[in-house]
Ligand binder design. Structure first.
Ligand code: NAD
Ligand code: LMR
Length: 332
C-alpha cells in the first residue's frame, strides 16, 4: 500500500468530526493508500483528540495509518503531502463579549493564525504539498498563509466547493433533474456573500443552466442570494456553522485536485490569480479549474462572461482587495 501524510488543523472541531473518518476510509485518497493522520489543535483542547483517535481506531478502516495529536504545528505538518487548514473560529460564536456575525469580524481574529502556520508549512511540509484552507475568511487566510510560507513549489488553495455544491443543488431542484446532470459550476471570487456562483456557464445535461431554467428573475433574485447567504442561513437554522456539508466539500476538493478532471468539465476552488480574467495577481480567487491528476491545476480560460457576470465579479474582487488591505501588516 502507498502511504500519505495528512495534517488537519482544528482536529477537535465540528467539521473535523465529520471529516476525519472519511480521510482514513479509502474514500478520499483511494482504497490502496494508507493515511497517516496528524491532528493539530490549540493546547487547551489537544487532549480531547485522544478521544477522537480512539474513535478513529474503532472505525476499523484498513487504510488507517499512524494517528497523532499535537499542539505543535511544526510537528504536525512535517513531511505532510496534504495540509487541511480547518482550525479557526466560526461565525455565530461570542468572542470577548461580541457575537461574531460577519466574515470581516473574523479577519483579524483568524488571520493571525495563518502567519505561523504558513511559515511552518513552507519550511516543513513536502515541497509538492497541497494546502487547502477552510477556516474563514478562507481566501484571505490562504493569501496570508501562502505569503508567509515563502515556498512557491507548494500548492495553496481555499475552499469554494461547498458553495459550488449548494449552487448545483439549487439548480438541480429548480430544473427537476438529478444533481449529477449539473456540471461546469464556477464560484467566482470570495467564499462570502459576494461570491458569484455562475449559472450562465453551469450546464444542465450540457446546456446552459439559465437556458434550461428559463426564468431570469428566479436566477438573479432567488437563486443567487440564496446560494450567497446559505452559510448564514445554516448558522441561523442550526445554531452552528455548517459542518457535515463543509467536510464533504473538503473531500470533494481533495479528490478534484488528486484526480484528472473529467473531459469537458471543471471544478471550483480559489487559487492565486495569475491575472486570468483581469483578476489582480496573487489574490485567492474562485476560478474554474482543471486538474491533470498529477500535480498541476490550471485555470480554465476563455469562459464567456456577460455584463451581469462582470458586474458581480467586480464586486467580489473589490471585497477581496479590501480584505487584503485590512491584513496588509500580516503579509509583510
Ligand atoms: P469549530 O469551532 O467547531 O472548530 C474549530 C477548531 O479549530 C476548534 O476545535 C479550535 O480549537 C481549533 N483551532 C482554533 N485555532 C486553532 C489553531 N491555531 N490551530 C489549530 N486548531 C485551532 O469550527 P468548525 O465548525 O469546525 O469550522 C472551522 C472553520 O471552518 C470556521 O472558520 C468556519 O467558519 C469555517 N468554514 C468554512 C467553510 C468554507 O466553505 N470555506 C464552510 C464551513 C465552515
Ligand atoms: C459556510 O459557508 O457555511 C461557512 O463558511 C460558514 C459561514 O460563516 O458562512
Amino acid at each position: 500500500m502507498k502511504e500519505i501524510n495528512v495534517a488537519v488543523t482544528g482536529g477537535a472541531g465540528q467539521i473535523a468530526y465529520s471529516l476525519l473518518p472519511r480521510l482514513i476510509s479509502g474514500e478520499t485518497f483511494g482504497e490502496n493508500t494508507k493515511v497517516n493522520l496528524r491532528l493539530i489543535e490549540i493546547p487547551q483542547v489537544v487532549e480531547k483528540l485522544e478521544g477522537t483517535i480512539m474513535e478513529l481506531i474503532d472505525c476499523g478502516f484498513k487504510q488507517t495509518g499512524s494517528l497523532m495529536a499535537t499542539a505543535d504545528i511544526r510537528e504536525g505538518v512535517t513531511d505532510a503531502e496534504w495540509v487541511l487548514l480547518v482550525g479557526s473560529i466560526p461565525r455565530g460564536i461570542v468572542v470577548e463579549g461580541k457575537k461574531i456575525e460577519e466574515r470581516s469580524d473574523l479577519l483579524r481574529i483568524n488571520g493571525g493564525i495563518f502567519t505561523g502556520q504558513g511559515e511552518a508549512i513552507g519550511k516543513l511540509a513536502k515541497n509538492d504539498a497541497n494546502i487547502l484552507v477552510v477556516g474563514n475568511p478562507a481566501n484571505t487566510n490562504a493569501l496570508i498563509g501562502k505569503t508567509k510560507s515563502n515556498n512557491p513549489s507548494q500548492n495553496w488553495c481555499s475552499m469554494t466547493a461547498l458553495d459550488a455544491n449548494r449552487a448545483k443543488a439549487q439548480l438541480a431542484a429548480k430544473a427537476e433533474v438529478d444533481i449529477s446532470s449539473v456540471t461546469n459550476m464556477t464560484v467566482w471570487g470570495n467564499h462570502s456573500p459576494t461570491m458569484y456562483p455562475d449559472p450562465y456557464n453551469a450546464r444542465i445535461n450540457g446546456i446552459s443552466a439559465v437556458e434550461v431554467i428559463n426564468d431570469i428573475d428566479w436566477v438573479e433574485n432567488v437563486y443567487l442570494p440564496l446560494v450567497q447567504h446559505r452559510g448564514k442561513a445554516v448558522i441561523d437554522a442550526r445554531g452552528a456553522s455548517s459542518a457535515a456539508s463543509a467536510a464533504n466539500a473538503v473531500i470533494d476538493t481533495v479528490k478534484s485536485i488528486d484526480n484528472p478532471t473529467e473531459e469537458g468539465n471543471w471544478f471550483s476552488a480559489a487559487v492565486p490569480s495569475d491575472g486570468s480574467y483581469d483578476i489582480p495577481e496573487g489574490l485567492f480567487f474562485g476560478f474554474p479549474l482543471r486538474s491533470s491528476g498529477t500535480g498541476s491545476v490550471e485555470i480554465v480560460q476563455n469562459i464567456e462572461l456577460n455584463d451581469f457576470a462582470k458586474s458581480k465579479i467586480k464586486i467580489t474582487t473589490e471585497e477581496l482587495l479590501s480584505e487584503k488591505e485590512a491584513v496588509q501588516d500580516l503579509l509583510e
